[in-house]
Write a protein that binds this ligand. Sequence first.
Ligand code: SF4
Length: 209
Amino acid sequence: MNYRIKEIFYTQQGEGKNTGMNSVFIRFTGCNLWSGKEKNRGNAICNFCDTDFYGTDGINGGIYTKEELLSKVRSIWLNKDENINVVLTGGEPLLQVDQQLINFFKENNLYIAIETNGTIIPPSGIDWICMSPKPKTKINVSSGDEIKFIYPQQNFNPKMFEAMNFSHFYVQPMDSEKLQENINETIKFCMQNPKWKISLQSHKILGIQ
Ligand code: SF4
């Protein structure tokens, strides 16, 4: 199996419970809720995406086997004495991430986190599942480690997901021209609903990738 990768880079996780964790991000090409092309955004199921996941032309982008992926991850991981943390993201990484890749990474002692829109059931063995639900989709991932709800969204409320089997519940202000308004709304929601905590995109605030 070959994996189409937009970019691979070493950074700190900027969002949610694992904020500040040194990680290698592997961004898989493609999403099942938007083509990634601006001309299609208006008709996309998910139309507020702030990520470029189209193509393979980013830093360290390309087509990789699982062995090549591991080798690239190892080459850019700086803390050679520590276990490697990877974050599989996209786009929707589960369009490509399969059991073979997870098994191979686990055999090589990687800690694996994934960020998914919840429409595709993940392989087993992933250490940290972050699910960010989108409206008008069938959510097939009803358990995991954290829910990250982008807030606010019309006719789509975080409370719809409260009964799901996740350990952490986050609302994250939608990054748009109304960001400050969205932050205020998110804070208000958290104060009224203490099950939920605010997640900020700290990598954007700090100016890191
Ligand atoms: S589901 Fe995620 S990656 Fe896909 S278009 Fe929406 S925000 Fe972007």
